[in-house]
Design a protein around this ligand. Structure first.
Ligand code: SAM
Length: 246
C-alpha cells in the first residue's frame, strides 16, 4: 500500500471514530499547513482548533470539502428535524416522550407535533428544557419513553440508564458504521434499526443557532429502538426523509 493511501485510510478511520478531527491532525494527515487549511476551509470562527472533514484525497491534495468548527465538549451536534418527525410517524410510543439530551429541542418539538406529550432536559443550557445530568437523574412517575440523540461516546450509558430507570421504549440516534463494533448491544432488547436516508448532516448546534444551513453529511446514522418486551434479533428497515420505508 502506498504512503498516500495509508494516509487516506488512517484519516478515514479517524473520521469514522470522531467525525471531527483536530486541525493539527488534519495538517499532519494531508501534509497541508494549518494556515492553508484555515485559509481555504475556515468557518467564520477563524480561531477554531478543529475541523470536520467531509472528504479527503491522498496526501498533498486539498480536501474537496471541509468545515472548521469548534468542538463542543459535550457533543452538542444537532440533527435535522426530519429524523425525529419520521421516527414518530413509524414507531408507536405509549406514554410520554423524554429527551434527556434535548439540545435545541428538536425531538420534543417533533413529539408534540405528532400529538405526544414530551419532557425535555439537558446537562447544559442550550436554551431549551430543564438542566439535568441524565446519568444521575431519576425517572418520571408516569409511563415514559426515552427518545434522544445522545453524545456518541455515552450512547451505551444513556441506553443502560434509560432501561434501568424504566423507559418503555428507548430510541437513540447512533452512527451506523459503529454498529459492528458495538457488542454491548448484543445483550440488550434491541428491537429495530431504522437506517436514516439520506445521510443527515449533524453540525454543532452553534452552527444552527447562527442560522446557517448545513449540508453534505458524510456519516450515516440510524435509530436504535430498544423495547423491554422484545425478544430475538432486531429488524432492519430504511427510514426515508421524504416518507416511505425503503
Ligand atoms: C447530539 S446533542 C443533542 C442534539 C439535540 N437533539 C438537538 O436538537 O439539538 C447531545 C446533547 O447531549 C447533552 N449531554 C451530554 N452529556 C449529557 C448528560 N450526562 N446528561 C444530559 N445531557 C447531556 C449535550 O449538552 C448535548 O446538548
Amino acid at each position: 500500500m502506498s504512503a498516500a493511501s495509508n494516509q487516506t485510510s488512517s484519516l478515514s478511520e479517524e473520521l469514522e471514530r470522531e467525525r471531527i478531527i483536530s486541525l493539527d491532525k488534519a495538517a499532519e494527515l494531508t501534509g497541508l499547513s494549518q494556515d492553508s487549511l484555515r485559509r481555504h476551509y475556515a468557518h467564520p470562527n477563524k480561531k477554531s482548533r478543529v475541523m470536520q472533514v467531509v472528504d479527503f484525497p491522498p496526501q498533498g491534495k486539498r480536501p474537496r470539502y471541509a468545515h472548521i468548527f469548534d468542538r463542543d465538549v459535550r457533543d452538542f451536534y444537532s440533527e435535522p428535524a426530519w429524523c425525529s418527525e419520521r421516527l414518530f410517524a413509524v414507531e408507536l410510543f405509549n406514554g410520554m416522550i423524554w429527551d434527556p439530551a434535548c439540545g435545541l429541542g428538536t425531538i420534543p418539538r417533533s413529539a408534540r407535533a405528532a400529538g405526544l406529550s414530551s419532557f425535555a432536559s439537558d446537562i447544559a443550557d442550550h436554551g431549551y428544557g430543564e438542566r439535568r445530568d441524565f446519568l444521575a437523574a431519576s425517572a418520571p412517575t408516569t409511563i415514559f419513553n426515552v427518545v434522544t440523540n445522545p453524545p456518541f461516546r455515552s450512547a451505551r450509558e444513556f441506553v443502560e440508564r434509560a432501561l434501568t430507570v424504566g423507559a418503555s421504549k428507548t430510541a437513540i440516534i447512533f452512527p451506523t458504521a459503529r454498529l459492528n463494533a458495538a457488542h454491548w448491544l448484543e445483550t440488550l432488547p434491541l428491537a429495530r434499526i431504522w437506517l436514516l436516508t439520506p445521510r443527515p448532516s449533524m453540525p454543532p448546534g452553534e452552527v444552527i443557532l447562527r442560522g446557517e444551513k448545513p449540508g453534505g453529511g458524510k456519516t450515516d446514522f440510524c435509530w436504535l429502538i430498544f423495547d423491554r418486551t422484545h425478544e430475538g434479533p432486531p429488524s432492519l428497515t430504511w427510514l426515508h426523509r421524504d416518507g416511505g420505508e425503503r
